[in-house]
Design a protein around this ligand. Sequence first.
Ligand code: GLN
Length: 489
Amino acid sequence: MTAPHQLSLVEVRDRLAGGELRAEDVTRACLTHIERTEPRINALLSRRDTAALEEAKQLDSLGPDASRPLWGVPFTLKDSLLTKDLPTTAASRMLENFTPTYDAFAVRRLREAGAVILGKTNMDEFAMGSSTEFSAFGPSRNPWDTTRVPGGSSGGSAASVAACQCFASLGSDTGGSIRQPAAFCGCVGLKPTYGRVSRYGGIALASSLDQIGPLARTVEDCALVLSVIAGHDPRDATSSPLPVDDYMAALGNGKGLKGVRLGLPKEFMAHGLSEEMEQACREAMDLAQQLGAEVVPVSLPHTHLAVAAYYILLMAEASSNLARFDGVHFGRRAEGARDLEALYRRTRSEGFGEEVKRRIMLGTYVLSSGYYDAYYKKAAQVRRLIQQDFEAAFKACDIVCGPVAPFVAWHLGEQDQEPLSLYLRDIYTLPVNLAGLPGLSLPVRLGTQSRMPTALQLIGRPFGEAALLGTAHALWSALPLPGLPPAAH
Ligand code: GLN
């Protein structure tokens, strides 16, 4: 029999709403499972066990509420999302023990919908990285194989969802940080269109690229979470006023993929892609064809420039966003500084890790006068070309498909000391952020050699989440899928 914590979000929600399960029992099941798995997984940076149980009991005493679509459902949240009752550190010593005074917009929406927040998840420091190995508080581990990374930067969120510590989590994706860890851990991750979910209360990495989105065990679960967190927020000037589609209705059960044109960019199935990942993507595309989809070749000719453009823009924006951590406004303050200049220097030297310092320095460099045109402006121009590539591709197809990452989750400590080689692994996810499009990571099955999850990426038109989720759901229902990892049991 499936234990309560192993159900999907929609399944548990239905049982809670129907009175078959009590909120307290579901929360307790998750907390017990967290207790059992955390020593191996290290997905969480902070927890609120007692408060969560109290909240669940409170919900039970009032009884199920049909107007709250996540009534009694336990969640975890990436530690870059502000929470008024839990520390928010972005996995940095700079914000150790920092507790915000308000909730991020998406967090507030979850709470209003009845979700029970269990804790905050580990990540790469300030979301810079792809493995959680840049967390100041030690890496998380992949529930499929604890000698491997869970991906990053939202690696703790992906690990906590895959290990069934919760039913869904929120992450943030600036260059792949929802999709890549979802792919590494065998869950579903959705980066919405830029502007679909408010960034209010998300600690900014690169404001023109950041989006908050769900990680869950099924496509349907992601659709439900997105329908709760999407929508206009006047406190985020880039949040879109466009109406939110009915994502659950868009799943169109049993409709297959008749008439859907899937584009396969030739630049994505190229050099550098591991055999295992290529095989999985091709298999998923074949399956899509059997379900009635048409697969058309498309081209994204500026893909090879995406990594360079992304890292210039990201570092420039990050260096500016992270200027606020100065020892005066938030979190850490160095002891014994004699003047203001020394206070800034000491606080930032002590508070930030290596990778964060590297990016701040490079970002400051590319924005300095004399270099602005050569680097920042050029990168912004390349970004436009990448957007145009997608616009052209979407004339020939409805969804662009490809890998999420060149290979499956690597072993802890295996990552090259050379930052550039790490950056190059983001090649399939970065273009989607540069173009502001929605992207979804869909688990395919376990890889034939590694026995680790493989994944297919689906990329939609701007604000095309409904079509994206519909296609993903049809495929998800037919794919072999990796199932639940050992740590989920
Ligand atoms: N791996 C990418 C980076 O290091 C993406 C990070 C993200 O999406 N937050 O920048």
